[in-house]
Design a protein around this ligand. Structure first.
Ligand code: ADE
Length: 346
């Protein structure tokens, strides 16, 4: 009975106090899926613009499945982690071939889509189809750990299984959509990592961490590993009014995005001579400038240096994979965040 009342308080709070967000106005699984993948990558405030643009340009699964990869990457530009955008594209094709063009409607089936993990499948299944399955993202882990007073480190499988089962039971009799959205909302707006707003929290009267004054001790979070340093050397070559770009291949970061010709170094002090030689540039060039950049990714810190070169020889031969592009074509290519920084400088 007591828990039933807490859930009612939570639902009432959600209906009165939650933020009005565009993906909460729809039960279209496609739109909800797009919003969830975007929100894995950015905060709500920035996510709204990306979401609106995305569903405006590609309003349904068919349009995404039929889009060019470059156009999908362009809509994603600036969000980072481009494999998420490529996975979206792939999964849309999967829906067309494996599900006859109809978005799968159960947690189990949604999980089969590329790039969709437990949290996202649960979010879509509950928001779009009302399935009873807890959606546990990083914020909900914190809310759940505090609410139930769980002391296991939140990244462990043991913690995740226990929380799943406790939330599943708690959802009994609740509207799964409202329950999951409300837990996400509590995590995002009230149950903050360092300064939780317990005095206005709808879960407060039953929250173990609050009742035992353990908000600082719970959740238990393991220490993060230190990011690795990388050293990227770029040349921005201007030749005959055009610029040289290369599409990044391989299985590392930024696959299929365009960038200036580059070479990775083993330390921070490579000079232009070494870099030009490494890239096989034999023509004479004029150096117009250079700049260094520090670019932080989740697991690596990139120290990049870019030289702005001008080559006047018409004999300039492009290396394998290099493309000469005029400004209009250049601007159409999907590029990564570090490239945006480097281009602003030139
Ligand atoms: N973060 C992830 N999913 C969300 C949602 N549906 N609403 C608000 N923030 C979110």
């Amino acid at each position: 009975m007591f828990m039933q009342r807490v859930i009612q308080t939570l639902s009432r709070w959600y209906n009165l106090e939650s933020r009005d967000l565009p993906w909460r106005q729809t039960t279209d699984a496609y739109c909800i899926w797009i919003s969830e993948i975007i929100l894995q990558q950015t905060r709500v405030v920035q996510g709204v613009g990306y979401y609106n643009r995305f569903v405006m340009e590609l309003p349904n699964i068919q349009s995404l499945a039929n889009a060019e990869e470059g156009d999908v990457l362009k809509l994603w530009q600036g969000l980072g982690y481009y494999s998420r955008a490529r996975n979206l594209h792939y999964a849309a094709k999967q829906v067309m071939t494996e599900f006859g063009g109809v978005f799968p409607s159960t947690y189990k089936d949604i999980l089969r889509l590329r790039g969709v993990g437990n949290y996202t499948a649960a979010a879509i299944a509950s928001f779009a189809f009302g399935e009873k399955v807890p959606a546990i993202d990083g914020n909900v882990k914190r809310v759940g750990a505090r609410f139930f007073g769980l002391h296991a480190p939140i990244h462990t499988i043991g913690f995740q299984k226990e929380l799943f089962s406790l939330l599943f039971d708690l959802m009994d009799g609740a509207d799964p959509n409202v329950f999951n959205q409300a837990m996400i909302e509590v995590g995002a707006t009230l149950c903050l990592p360092t300064q939780p707003k317990c005095d206005v929290c709808p879960l407060a009267e039953a929250c173990i961490a609050r009742l035992q004054n353990l908000q600082k001790q719970i959740p238990v979070v393991a220490k993060k590993q230190k990011p690795k340093n990388k050293y990227f050397y770029y040349v921005d070559i201007e030749v005959g009014g055009e610029r040289v770009l290369v599409r990044r291949e391989g299985d590392g970061i930024w696959q299929q995005l365009y960038e200036f010709p580059m070479i990775e170094g083993d330390g921070p002090d490579w000079d232009l001579e070494t870099v030009a030689k490494g890239l096989g540039i034999v023509e004479n060039f004029v150096v117009k400038g250079e700049q260094s950049f520090k670019h932080q990714l989740t697991h690596q810190t990139i120290y990049a240096r870019c030289w702005y070169l001008c080559i006047s020889s018409d004999k300039f031969v492009l290396n394998d994979g290099w493309e000469r592009l005029n400004e209009a074509d250049f601007l159409l290519k999907p590029i990564h965040r570090l490239m945006e920084k480097m281009i602003k400088f030139t």
